[in-house]
Design a binder for this molecule. Sequence first.
Ligand SMILES: [Zn+2]
Length: 345
Amino acid sequence: MIKAEEYYQALLDKSPEYEGIFYVGVKSTGVFCRPTCPARKPKFENCEFFETAQEALLASFRPCKRCRPLSHPNQVSELVTTLVNAVEANPEKRWKERDFQELSVDESTARRQFKKRFGMTFVEYARARRMGIAMKQIREGDSVIDAQLDAGYESSSGFRDAFSRIMGAAPTRLGQHHSLKASWLDTRLGPMVAVGDEEALYLLEFVDRRGLEREVERLRKCAKLAVLPGITAPIRSIEKELCQYFEGHLKDFKTPLHLLGSPFQKCVWEELQRIPYGETRSYADIAATIGKPSAFRAVANANGANQFAIVIPCHRVINSNGELGGYGGGLPRKKWLINHEKQGI
Ligand SMILES: [Zn+2]
């Protein structure tokens, strides 16, 4: 868990002991900084905290020019500076071997130096930056969830283009068989992304969900598979089931799911699937049911880490006092889903 208040205080104090511990993304300017940045400090509500530079990039923040968060901890080599600047000059570029040659940079040296400094290769860095930008475009074109709920949703090709840019990384060594496919699904509550292979679904999430790019990246790493645009049988199946669900004709999803998580998370997700359609439970209820009554915070975290919106019904979990609690896809959607199911029973 990120300790926002502690980090914010460290930011105000410019505490050097927090260097490398966290980075701060500033929503009002779109840049991310180190804790000791000399620039004027943002308001708390404009801060988003990250424990790695990569996460900040994936959330579509660009590196601050004053504190240069990618130069931590020491002065970086000229080669790294050159490449970071080249990415900022053209952040949507896909890097190929000849691009390195044009900059007179040796690809394997670049890879090694990036890995050592930032814990990611240069190509991962460039991809993180590119994905962050594409996701931001999607969100900016799609910020009014309430209006969508009222008017129904019309997809635009701009969103799809940005989506293909995120998912479209061509496989290098691996063939088409060893990849996950990602599809764009238009639903009553806005566009969703479904990722799956021929056996099961790996992810189903609203496209504008905060942190979706981190989830996709995590999936890529955990499954050790490329994610490419495409469609598979489980994706077709979930598209059909979602239609029926939104029409009020389906209460239990049958599409097979491939769960990637810790044993505790899986246990919570299985329990969520036992909450009947049209009913709600509290985090404390779930903790008690799995035999760990004091673990309701951990339950809430597992709930938030759910990778299958609607299908694993984390929207059916609310606060003990009856308030809605949180929802990764946004509270208007949670409210809508709960009401929709109440009408269907
Ligand atoms: Zn800065």
